[in-house]
Ligand binder design. Structure first.
Ligand SMILES: Nc1nc2c(ncn2[C@@H]2O[C@H](COP(=O)(O)OP(=O)(O)OP(=O)(O)O)[C@@H](O)[C@H]2O)c(=O)[nH]1
Ligand SMILES: [Mg+2]
Length: 333
């Protein structure tokens, strides 16, 4: 059981922006340790100030390189930054592997830049919930800007990225899968398109394809037509810096648009609903599914269903009756 005095101490440290306390809480949340959620509950009233920007796109699209430069832009404006690098495909525990790949080394020494990685732990989901909580922790630390980087375009990634105010989809010419990624549902959630490595062949074609897709949309919420920002080779310092400035400017404009329309409320309500669903999952379903898996009961029931000795609905009812106690226990963590 967590000592309540310790818990208060942790909260105060995080509110004071202490990196070690925040790191430990984020790790505990990932590991689903008892007491971690209670700390988020205590921090929650101190959140809501940070601006949250999500970046998604195919592996190797250059997201981390962009994030690194976006950090530089913000630091020049004396803004503090939090970065969450999320890898939904990686089962590895610990951030070491991801950390190596995170190309934000130039800010390693800056105490006002806080970078963390999250990966899938265990068989069950909940990654998006861990992202939501980690964002709250960074927000409570007082970070002005929080950048969330995630790979891919599945439902889980959409959930992860929906923790943001502004969503940036990073595409590159000639990868062949851009349009597929868009079809998978990211098109709808992208507020800004980036054509990265735009000096490559095919950048023009990709831009045309995006433009004609956008041309088919009859009405954009808040009259926000997602801009297409072309960013040249990261090796060409000057051009790259200019591209990233444009991107940062577009993100700023998007945020202002949200504030000036009812879209901010809509978006924050959508986020709140998602977090509520995730929290309910954590309290109601996770304890049951964990226990069923660990006890081997899941397999036994599956075999019984297979043999027609029971059916999924009957089994679920029996399980629910039996597990109401476990759910009660999860309320205490
Ligand atoms: N030619 C070129 N290479 C780039 C550019 N930006 C990034 N790269 C390279 O592309 C590779 C991937 O860059 P990252 O920034 O790690 O890409 P990412 O999207 O974060 O990758 P994952 O996190 O693994 O999905 C690295 O080798 C970079 O050096 C660019 O503008 N032009
Ligand atoms: Mg990356």
């Amino acid at each position: 059981m967590v000592n309540p005095l310790d818990a208060t101490d942790v909260i105060l440290k995080i509110l004071a922006g202490e990196v070690r306390a925040a790191s430990r809480l984020i790790r505990n949340l990932e590991d689903k340790l008892p007491g971690a959620k209670a700390s988020v509950m205590a921090l929650f009233p101190h959140t809501g100030r940070a601006r949250i920007v999500g970046l998604t796109g195919a592996p190797g699209a250059g997201k981390s390189t962009l994030v690194d430069r976006m950090i530089s832009v913000s630091r020049k404006q004396s803004k503090t930054v939090g970065v969450l690098a999320v890898d939904p495909t990686s089962p590895f525990t610990g951030g070491a592997i991801l950390g190596d790949r995170v190309r934000m080394k130039s800010h390693g020494e800056d105490p006002d830049v806080f970078v963390r990685s999250l990966a899938t732990r265990g068989a069950l989901g909940g990654l998006s919930a861990a992202v939501g909580d980690a964002v709250h922790v960074m927000d409570a630390m007082g970070k002005d800007l929080i950048l969330v980087e995630t790979v891919g375009a599945g439902q889980q990634e959409v959930d992860i990225i929906n923790h943001s105010h502004t969503v940036i989809l990073v595409l590159t010419p000639g990868m062949g899968d851009e349009i597929q990624a868009i079809k998978a549902g990211v098109m709808e959630i992208a507020d800004i398109f980036v054509i990265n490595k735009a000096d490559r062949e095919g950048a023009g074609r990709l831009e045309n394809e995006l433009t004609s897709m956008l041309n088919m949309v009859s009405e954009f919420p808040g009259h926000w037509r997602p801009p297409i920002i072309k960013i040249g080779n990261a090796g060409d310092e000057e051009a790259f810096a200019r591209g990233v400035e444009n991107l940062a400017g577009a993100a700023e404009q998007h945020f202002q648009m949200l504030l000036n329309t009812k879209l901010m409320d809509e978006r924050m309500q959508r986020k709140a609903k998602m977090e509520l669903r995730e929290a309910l999952h954590h309290i109601l379903l996770d304890p049951v599914l964990n226990d069923l898996a660990e006890s081997g009961e899941m397999e036994r029931i599956a075999i019984r269903i297979m043999k027609k000795e029971t059916d999924p609905h009957r089994a679920s009812r029996e399980i629910t009756r039996k597990y109401l106690d476990n759910i009660q226990a999860s309320l205490r963590s």
